[in-house]
Design a protein. Sequence first.
Length: 139
Amino acid sequence: MFTPAYARASSAYKRVGVDTSVQAADPHQLVHLLFQELLQSISNARGSLARKQIAEKGASIGRAVRILEEGLKASLNIGGGGELAENLSALYDYCIVQLTKANAFNDDALLIEVRGLIETVAKSWQEISPKSAGTSSRN
């Protein structure tokens, strides 16, 4: 059974517990919110690592991995998105591996790397906002 990307993103967004009104957001906004929360989780992990709060670091990295896996990756339309969707899926997989390593080895450099990769994609996503382009929603 096919589940539309906006439904998958909405469902994933609710599961990760972000405090905002998901029901009022369009599909593009939902993905934007996922990027924001992912970047915040990585920042939280870095702060916790710096403070030697290992349990909190692990929880923040776990949250980031869930956002990548259950939110961003799950909302990709691999069949219809072609090479772009496949490349994003591979990037998200890579980020998940790097976050897992960062967690296991308390490696801030890996957190910085993932943050940089995600910031680039998040910025690009924001630049294609249907509202700023005057086009209809797409995902």
